[in-house]
Design a protein around this ligand. Sequence first.
Ligand SMILES: Nc1ccn([C@@H]2O[C@H](COP(=O)(O)OP(=O)(O)OP(=O)(O)O)[C@@H](O)[C@H]2O)c(=O)n1
Ligand SMILES: C[C@](O)(CO)[C@H](O)COP(=O)(O)O
Length: 226
Amino acid sequence: MNSAIIVAAGSGKRMKANINKQFLCINKKEVLAHAIEKFYRCDEIDEIIVCIRKDEENMFRELIAEKYGYENIKIAYGGAERQDTIKNGLEKLDENSEIVLIHDGARPFITEEIIKDAIEKTKEYGATVVGVPVKDTIKIVKDGVIEDTPDRSIVWAAQTPQSFKRDIVEKAYKKAYEDGFYGTDDAMLAEKVGYRVHMVMGSYDNIKITSPEDLGFAESIEKRIR
Ligand SMILES: Nc1ccn([C@@H]2O[C@H](COP(=O)(O)OP(=O)(O)OP(=O)(O)O)[C@@H](O)[C@H]2O)c(=O)n1
Ligand SMILES: C[C@](O)(CO)[C@H](O)COP(=O)(O)O
């Protein structure tokens, strides 16, 4: 059984909007609805858990779940950090869940093809991250001064979904909480306990809606791919 945990319990501070960014629209459809749709339609996904803020549960049910007819979606509540939210989502997994895909609700343009590729490679390797090779030259900067320029040919930008065999993600999360470790993505937790995490080719369209200008980019991506 394959489960998707879609996290949408952030506060969207960088978006500076008067509602949580997941409920903002990209060409008349909410960011979160775009994201959920891709997993809901995928015949290889058996369970969807959406993590939302408790005070946004009614808004989620009315504006997303009921409006688009997404049935059998489980809800988990958000935590203080993204990682805490995912911990709550993991606790809701079905007992038969074997592969767990963790996806940002703020990434509306994941595709069914990439989801299926991630599932296949996770079955083979145990832990995978969707991402893309960076196009810019990356600088390591301290106090405004470049300290290093990593070899671009080995630098990738991590996206989501980040997918794991269930025992791997559960062990990685358990260890992170024992150590008081917080990572900026899920793979870091698995890397820290020694798992080899494989990259899966993502898409440059799979952007995260983070700041106001992203909405404009998103509208043009949506028009191009719809
Ligand atoms: N406590 C949190 C923090 C983040 N997220 C989710 O993690 C994803 C990536 O996080 P980010 O883009 O940083 O979202 P926010 O934390 O909402 O944004 P900001 O940092 O600007 O407040 C988003 O789908 C967000 O809803 C979450 O579920 N719970
Ligand atoms: C998980 C992630 O989307 C991979 O790029 C990213 O690390 C989330 O980071 P944020 O600080 O919550 O934006």
